[in-house]
Design a protein around this ligand. Structure first.
Ligand code: ADP
Ligand code: MG
Length: 316
């Protein structure tokens, strides 16, 4: 490496000054955080981004950093957790100062956006890979679990679906323009932390849509031992995604099984939808919880819709 490991850490990853919950952070053998506030439990989530699997290796380092934070924050949000602290395990092929500077800026800006301090990590040489571990606070015994959906509730989504897959398709042809809506949805999807907090009062079950809507909803159906009936025509889709899809099959596969949306999907009694909309949240009812098992998606004539491809999963 052009600069030593410790200089690199000091230069690019040691920006956190003082923070009430941090007793000791970057620079010692381990970070030390003070005990949790009364009435809270710790939520822990980790997500790894591998170059050319989760993002193009040639993507701007700033964008890689904001994406790494967002995909991790999405998991904390889906539990109704508040950001607390995080660590970064960074594997780099070389210590390119320009790359590190941009990556560090992206990460720092994301940290500030979500109010979460970087308290430590590990830096190694190897194929480009970014792994974050986030800690969050949840009210004790009140996380948003996948297992609590009840028959008769509505199924809801925040924001639109399919943008992540549409962005990925554009990116593969080199046409994903920095600053565009779809670029933003892929590299810096704003995670709805406040909505997720509010859901603690209204929703029964929640999940973040990261692997594809049907695949993720299936986790709720299974864990809650219910069926979820989804109406295809109700699924919210952005104009950008609509415009880009070559045909109905492509659109339905982006919307139903394209991953990378990082939206919240949740179940709740329908009466709460008005309240959430009054609070300014863009939530859409897309179906309902019934007795049975699995996730069924139907068109307006009641015919089942099966996407051309399944949700994302490694090792298949
Ligand atoms: P050790 O030699 O004990 O393994 P490390 O070299 O892993 O120590 O790390 C030295 C210090 O720098 C530790 O406090 C660690 O948490 C922190 N650190 C290492 N890499 C990173 C990183 N990428 N981001 C933030 N902190 C880091
Ligand atoms: Mg180490």
């Amino acid at each position: 490496m052009a600069t030593g490991e410790f200089e690199l850490i000091a230069d690019y990853f040691n920006w956190v000054q003082s923070h009430p919950q941090i007793e000791c952070s970057v620079g010692d053998d381990a970070a030390v955080l003070s005990a949790l506030p009364v009435g809270h439990s710790l939520a822990v989530a980790a997500d790894t981004l591998v170059a050319d699997v989760h993002f193009p290796a040639s993507a701007p380092a700033y964008d890689i950093a904001t994406r790494a934070m967002a995909v991790n924050m999405s998991d904390l949000a889906a539990m109704g957790a508040k950001p607390y602290a995080y660590t970064l395990a960074l594997t780099l092929p070389n210590a390119d100062e320009q790359w590190l500077k941009a990556f560090s800026n992206g990460l720092r800006n994301s940290s500030e956006l979500y109010g979460i301090p970087l308290v430590g990590g590990d830096t190694t040489k190897g194929p480009l890979c970014i792994s974050l571990q986030l800690l969050g606070l949840v009210q004790t015994k009140r996380p948003l679990l996948r297992s609590a959906a009840r028959v008769g509730e509505g199924v809801y989504i925040d924001g639109s679906l399919g943008d992540g897959a549409a962005a990925l398709a554009l990116s593969k042809t080199g046409c994903l323009v920095r600053g565009s809506y779809l670029h933003g949805r892929f590299y810096a999807p704003g995670i709805q932390l406040q909505l997720a907090q509010n859901l603690l009062s209204y929703a029964s079950a929640a999940i973040d849509v990261s692997d594809g809507l049907l695949a993720d909803l299936n986790h709720i159906a299974k864990a809650s031992d219910v069926a979820l009936d989804i109406e295809y025509s109700q699924l919210p889709v952005s104009e950008e995604c609509l415009k880009l899809a070559k045909n109905d099959d492509e659109l339905s596969s982006w919307v139903l099984s394209g991953g990378d949306d990082y939206r919240l999907a949740f179940t709740m009694p329908d009466e709460h939808a008005v309240t959430l909309k009054k609070q300014g949240y863009d939530v859409t009812r897309v179906g309902e919880v019934s007795s049975g098992s699995g996730v069924q998606c139907r068109d307006e004539q009641g015919r089942p819709i099966h996407p051309a491809v399944d949700g994302f999963t490694h090792f298949r």
